[in-house]
Structure formats: C-alpha cells, structure tokens
Design a protein around this ligand. Structure first.
Ligand SMILES: N[C@@H](CCC(=O)N[C@@H](CS)C(=O)NCC(=O)O)C(=O)O
Length: 248
C-alpha cells in the first residue's frame, strides 16, 4: 500500500479519510490495475462537506477523480476501473461467476464493511491511546500528531453519526462469528481467493484486516482462512486496540 503509485497509464486522485476500510478497497484495486494515483485524506467528519464541495455526488469516502470523471463509492469505483483498464479483471466475465462475485461485493459493502463503523468509534473513545496507531497511515495536510490529540470530538461526533453505541456494539458482536464463517465459506467455494485478487476480495479483506486490530477479536480470527486472506491482501493496514469489547 503505497498511497502514491507512479507507474501505469492513468493518473487518478483518491479522496479519503485516514483508516478507512472503504478507501483501502479502492487502493487495492488501483494497485492491482497499476494505475498511478495519489491519495488525499480529508479531515474526518468535515469530509461530509468537502466531498460535496469537490463535486462528488455523495458525502462519504472514497471518491475517485479519474479521466475527467468523479466516481463516488467503492463499488461504483471498482466497476469503473474495470471499464477504464480492463486487465486484470476485478469482476469475472463468466455470468455465473460474476453473479457470485457481485453478491459477495454487495454483502461486503452493505453488511460487513458497515459493521466496523459500529465497533470503531465506540472502542476508540474508550481506548484513546489506540488512536495514534489507527491514524498512522494518514495523508492529511496537518501533522498527524495534531490530528491525534484533537481527535476526540471528531470520534465522538462520528459515534453519533454511525450509532456506534453499546447496544449496537453488542448486536454486531453477536453477528460477527457468522460473518467470519460466511467469509470462510466464500473462500472454500472459490468466490474469494480465486485466480487473482478481485472485487470481492478487495471489498472484504480490508474490513477483516481492521477487525484484527482488536486484541479481543484476534482469538476468533487467527488461524482461519478469513484472517489469512486479510493479512495477505492488506498486510500494512495494521493497528492495535487493547481489550475493550463487551464479549460476554
Ligand atoms: N459503502 C460505501 C461506504 C462509504 C462510507 O460510509 N465511508 C465511510 C468511511 S469508511 C465514511 O465516509 N464515513 C463517514 C460518514 O458517514 O460521515 C462505500 O464503500 O463507498
């Protein structure tokens, strides 16, 4: 994960925020396609305004400016990249396999990816020392250290926006083992981890990799295909959150 890859035919600018699983999905795709890009991070929470001001149709990240287009959202960006730079394919051509990959991408985006947003603000408010590690890959115009010390209000507002509260944390913790089983199953069926990393791998692996930040969740994950998949695809998306989750 370079954040500034300067080989390949196309120049692109990726608008993100630090430590975003959805932004990492797009980075993995750009790097697989060998598309030259730079990542610009915006201040979290304020990005809801800056994304619109930059001309994207939504206020969340990621947004990608590429070949005169502004594409918003990780899945539309993955599809656009397959149009602009067809090889290597992110989505298979064969209709049955494509349908399976599209279903896994949709689940990865609408179910799995969102689960992180319930757990993360709640945990960081209770373990503020973990914030620096989570933000270490930030590409902001301000010094990351300054962002870390002033991060609490932004994390608090984010917890309200995402309904990252004790009730939702408990609910999502109860659902997580089933989600990890589902990913092991997708790997066993060859929907993930097929010939080369594709759209479904890129949608799912960053979220698993982020769940590995929690010391609390590692025992559930380690030694399983789901964890190996994430560590292989997103080795550098690393942080450490000491025990905090209400596991029982
Ligand atoms: N499913 C969308 C999710 C985008 C999303 O929610 N991104 C998060 C960052 S990972 C965000 O911008 N959150 C801030 C907010 O909702 O204000 C995608 O993958 O593009």
């Amino acid at each position: 994960m370079t954040g500034w890859l300067r080989v390949g035919p196309v120049e692109a600018t990726l608008y993100g925020i630090p430590a975003s699983n959805a932004v990492l999905t797009v980075q993995l795709a750009l790097e697989r396609k060998q598309i030259a890009y730079r990542r610009i991070d915006q201040l979290p929470v304020l990005h809801r305004i800056t994304m619109r001001a930059r001309g994207f149709e939504g206020s969340t990240v990621p947004g990608l400016a590429i070949e005169g287009r502004k594409v918003h959202g990780s899945a539309p960006i993955l599809r656009t990249l397959d149009e602009l730079a067809p090889e290597p394919r992110l989505y298979p051509d064969e209709p049955e396999r494509r349908a399976e990959v599209e279903e896994a991408v949709a689940w990865g985006e609408h179910v799995y990816q969102r689960t992180l947003r319930y757990l993360l603000p709640w945990s960081l408010l209770r373990r503020p020392r973990a914030v620096a590690g989570v933000l270490k890959d930030a590409r902001l115009s301000l010094p990351t250290g300054l962002v870390v010390v002033s991060s609490k209000p932004a994390i608090y507002v984010n917890s309200l926006i995402q309904t990252s509260n004790s009730h939702m944390v408990r609910q999502k913790l109860a659902e997580l083992p089933g989600m990890f089983d589902h990913i092991d199953d997708l790997i066993a069926r060859g929907v993930l981890n097929a010939d080369g990393p594709g759209a479904a791998d890129m949608m799912i692996a960053p979220t698993t990799r982020a769940f590995l930040w929690w010391q609390d969740l590692r025992p559930e994950l380690e030694g399983r295909p789901v964890a190996e998949h994430a560590r292989r695809l997103a080795p550098e998306f690393d942080a450490d959150i000491p025990p905090v989750l209400p596991l029982r």
